[in-house]
Design a protein around this ligand. Structure first.
Ligand code: FAD
Length: 398
């Protein structure tokens, strides 16, 4: 059986590995000049491969897409991904928050070992070839013009549209077209805030440590960094999907930040009371707030004079969000091939023999390893689907 995989990201290469192991002749086509570009970029931030929480909790992170993703994630769960990495010479460890990382904290070693193994399995690789049509076969525009290689099955793993300069620019939406694709929008992105010039100048690049951020019933703790135009970091990304929904519906988004989440308001009032005659900034600093935290409180309006008012502001400080960062800086994108357009094998109902995997499918998840895990799992699932379809359709192919 000849299999064509389009997209040399984690989803596509996992599909290629699964197909090759089953005996298929596999070629991977990609528009970019080199493979695994986004995976390697993710490695610069530590490469959070997956998460160690129980599978039931894990599945819940995918919201509405949990049900259609469950079979793929159950067949290739976090433990399987960890074993796969260990086999490639990169054992993983569980960080304090349950996040799973390769021991080197990087993607380079894993990527190198994986590409070597794919070569050993006979997987071919054709870079600089962009999918431009999907009719009687998959058509690519490359250095030698247009080509439509023969294939019995095609697995598309074209990624989302974030960080388009890495190759995955979402241009494939025009190739698939029609009602089958939900528009690609930023996910896990920074939020825009109109800071005062003074605050932006002084605090851009400063982390807000150990705070608890909340929006519309969701809350997150973790990294948040002030930028010149707003806020970035894991704690903000976790709330960005809900904020995006509110802003797109024409509403406003007001985050609340608890700058002292481990103290009750009463305990904080008591701390502030220890220095009654000092200025408000000094009292807040002596009570343990960083300059950026005090700055955030000032951005919300003049600081109250009384300890009770100051404590209330510190425990529930409003931050008005005016927009969200674009796809060029988002960690991932939401939208993509709708679940209704796929059958249980991840095959496009409208294009028999063509399967989809990875971030190009309509699911989203917070950061924490959930993105890569679903990409690997759906890559393996789409490949199994393709093998199964080819077997039942024409036993002679296999
Ligand atoms: C800065 C950053 C940090 C991240 N960190 C993490 C992390 O720590 N943990 C985590 O779980 N996730 C992380 N992610 C997200 C994760 O990297 C992606 O979800 C994942 O790479 C998506 O895999 P994929 O195979 O679906 O698509 P991609 O990796 O985007 O690969 C898609 C491939 O398809 C190719 N392609 C696109 N269109 C065409 C076309 N028309 N013709 C031919 N080829 C085409 C592209 O060139 C690309 O090679 C991070 C993302 C970013 C941007």
């Amino acid at each position: 059986m000849r299999a064509l995989v389009v997209g040399a990201g984690p989803a596509g290469l996992m599909a290629a590995e699964t197909l090759a192991r089953a005996g298929a002749a596999v070629e991977v086509f990609d528009a970019a000049p080199s493979p695994l570009r986004k995976f390697l970029l993710a490695g610069r931030g530590g490469l959070n491969l997956t998460h160690a929480e129980p599978l039931e909790l894990f599945l819940g992170r995918y919201g509405e897409a949990a049900a259609p993703l469950a079979p793929a994630l159950s067949a290739f769960p976090p433990d399987a991904l960890r074993s796969w990495a260990a086999e490639l010479g990169e054992p993983t460890f569980v960080g304090s928050s349950g996040r799973v990382f390769p021991q080197s904290f990087k993607a380079t070693k894993l990527a190198r070992a994986w590409l070597r193994r794919l070569g050993e399995l006979g997987v071919g690789y054709r870079p600089r070839r962009r999918l431009v049509g999907l009719g009687e076969g998959a058509t690519f525009a490359g250095p030698d013009g247009l080509e439509t290689p023969h294939a019995d099955v095609v697995v598309l793993a074209l990624g989302g549209a974030s960080w388009p300069r890495l190759g995955g620019d979402g241009g494939w939406v025009d190739v698939l077209a029609g009602d089958d694709v939900a528009p690609l929008v930023p996910a896990n992105m920074g939020l825009k805030v109109e800071w005062s010039a003074r605050f932006a100048e002084r605090f851009a690049g400063t982390p807000v440590k150990a705070a608890r951020w909340s929006f519309a019933g969701d809350a997150s703790r973790g990294e948040a960094v002030v930028t010149a135009t707003g806020l970035e970091g894991g704690a903000i990304y976790a709330l960005s999907g809900a904020a995006r929904g509110a802003l797109r519906a024409g509403g406003t988004a007001r985050l609340l930040v608890d700058l002292k989440p481990d103290l009750t308001e009463a305990a904080f009032v008591a701390k502030l009371g220890a220095t009654p005659r000092a200025s408000r900034s000094t009292r807040l600093a002596k009570a343990g707030l960083s300059p950026v935290a005090v700055g955030l409180m000032r951005e919300a309006g003049e600081l109250p004079a009384e300890s009770a008012g100051l404590a209330a502001r510190a425990k529930s400080c409003p931050v008005n969000v005016t927009g969200f960062a674009g796809l060029e800086r988002a960690i991932s994108s939401a939208g993509g091939v709708k679940w209704a357009a796929l059958d249980q094998r991840f095959m496009l109902r409208a294009s028999p023999g063509v399967f989809c995997a990875g971030e190009m499918i309509d699911w989203e998840a917070p950061t924490g390893g959930y993105l890569l895990q679903a990409c690997f799992a759906t890559g393996a699932a789409a490949a199994r689907g393709a093998l199964d379809w080819a077997r039942t359709r024409a036993p002679a192919l296999t």
